[in-house]
Design a protein. Structure first.
Length: 499
């Protein structure tokens, strides 16, 4: 874990008794001989210190003992500094006219009953962001600020606009990259959160952690670097938002954010809060030439993997893959096997029948707005060219993404092709047709559920349809089985083994 710069903490010995405060990622107690047992004495600072997340505990310990909290230095800053000023402490205006649905109100009340700590788990498309906006309103009414932490810059822009609409643009700042404006409500990314919270953490009484599954423990059970920001933040109230809670890998998340405060599943909300949906697999086959290329590449790859015994040596697939990729740096045979692996993947992703089947599905629903979910950039580019559709990738400028999605919402564009970018966080309410042509996780259930969520936002009595186009008698069949296992209501037309 990164350690705040202790040398930056300098102050004079108080003359009127002990004081406590937050500074540079640390909860600090000075001027007294008594301290909580979980604090340690730092000889260099001549003070008792603890990680910043213990600051609420320090306050609870200090109040009955009459220990004074020192006012933060930033409260005296001028308004043009970007700080939360005295105006920010006034009752916050609220301009969001949306009426929360009963489950959104229940989620907020459950989180408040858990002392403002824990995660709210709701399906994608059910309006988790409104729950967070209501929590921000609650903390603002208490005269405290809120920090919203997001996994990507694209989501940051989306959240900034929602918060500015709800509370006014003068109360919302952004902290990432070259943008460093700290206000009563500040949006940041997981990558930038440490720098923000180390310097300005005491300005925020609430942390909202969107897509909180990104904070799950690693496969080996260790915590991630992103947990460091939560460890130094003094915010007493923390709200995690996710559609796919990392059950079994939430040790650090539970400790630093809190347990699950409220959870609703897709099956509980369909027909009432979410659109009803149907999921169908469509199986296609390789052409003779594609089958020859596929079998040849598979033979080269499998022979190398078997000779090296990766699967026998490493029960976990991820461990075997890491060792295999490490071997490609030094072994020509490993590089040849990796090229064969990529050729096998490419043959399946770009199979002619897969492209034709995608076209047939689009023609079946001529009036529906659709999202084509791809697993590779070259596959997405081929789909975009074939059907003359706009393409959204990680390299698409944020302004261009917004324009494309706005055109879909208004009906100027009927479909869009995406590689990963639209899997998470983006609202595409008008889209009720999804076509899965590949994934980036080799069968990850979370990605599949996130993709389904893109088309589940309820609009009247419309039924959402998710099609998987799978090449039979290839590795993709088993990948499809894995990713679809977490979604109920699966209607399989055939076995998909070439029969």
């Amino acid at each position: 874990m990164r350690t705040p710069v202790a040398a930056a903490i300098y102050f004079c010995m108080p003359s009127d008794g002990p004081t406590y405060y937050y500074r540079h990622g640390l909860a600090v107690l000075r001027g007294g001989d008594e301290a909580p047992p979980w604090m340690g004495f730092d000889e260099r600072l001549e003070a008792w210190v603890a990680p910043g997340h213990r600051f609420p505990d320090l306050r609870a310990w200090a109040l009955p003992r009459g220990v004074r909290e020192r006012a933060p230095e930033w409260r005296g800053e001028a308004p043009d500094s970007g700080a939360a000023t005295s105006d920010d402490a006034a009752p916050a205006p609220f301009f969001d006219v949306r009426r929360p649905r009963p489950y959104q109100t229940d989620a907020l009340e459950a989180w408040l009953a858990a002392e403002g700590r824990g995660s709210v788990v709701l399906p994608t498309g059910s309006g988790k962001s409104l729950v967070a906006i209501l929590a921000v309103r609650w903390i603002m009414d208490r005269g405290e600020g809120a920090c919203i932490v997001l996994p990507t810059r694209a989501l940051l822009g989306q959240w900034f606009n929602q918060l500015a609409d709800a509370f006014g643009g003068d109360r919302v700042g952004a902290f990432y990259g070259e943008e460093k404006e700290v206000r009563a409500i500040t949006v940041t990314t997981y990558h930038s959160a440490f720098g923000l919270l180390e310097r300005f953490g005491d300005r925020f009484g609430l942390l909202v952690l969107d897509e909180a599954h990104h904070l799950s423990d690693t496969e080996s059970g260790e915590t991630k670097a992103w947990h460091d920001a939560l460890s130094i933040a003094p915010a007493a109230h923390r709200l995690g938002l996710t559609a796919t809670y990392p059950d079994g890998r939430d040790r650090a998340l539970g400790r630093l954010v809190g347990p699950v405060a409220y959870r609703r599943r897709v099956s509980e909300m369909v027909d009432r809060e979410l659109a009803d949906f149907a999921v169908e697999r469509r199986f296609v086959h390789l052409t003779a030439g594609e089958r020859e290329r596929y079998d040849r590449a598979t033979s080269i790859y499998e022979e190398f993997v078997e000779a090296r015994g990766y699967r026998d040596r490493f029960p976990e697939t991820s461990d075997a893959w890491r060792v295999f990729m490490a071997d490609t740096r030094n072994s020509p045979a490993a590089r040849r096997a990796f090229r064969a692996f990529r050729e096998r993947e490419r043959t399946v992703d770009l199979s002619e029948e897969k492209l034709e089947q995608a076209g047939r599905i689009l023609r079946m629903f001529p009036a529906e707005r659709a999202i084509l979910f791809c697993g590779r950039s070259d596959q997405a580019e081929a789909m975009a060219r074939r059907f003359a559709l706009p393409l959204v990738t990680a390299h698409t400028a944020a302004s261009e993404r917004h324009r494309i999605l706005e055109h879909i919402e208004k009906g100027f564009v009927q479909a869009v092709v995406s590689v990963r970018v639209l899997d998470e966080g983006w609202d595409v309410p008008a889209a009720k047709l999804g076509i899965v042509l590949g994934d980036t996780t080799r069968g990850g259930r979370r990605q599949h559920q996130q993709r389904l969520g893109r088309i589940l936002r309820r609009q009247g009595e419309q039924v959402a349809s998710l099609f998987e186009v799978v090449v039979a008698d290839t590795h993709e069949f088993f990948v499809s089985q894995k990713r679809g296992a977490g979604v109920r209501r699966m209607h399989d037309g055939q076995l998909g083994l070439g029969l």
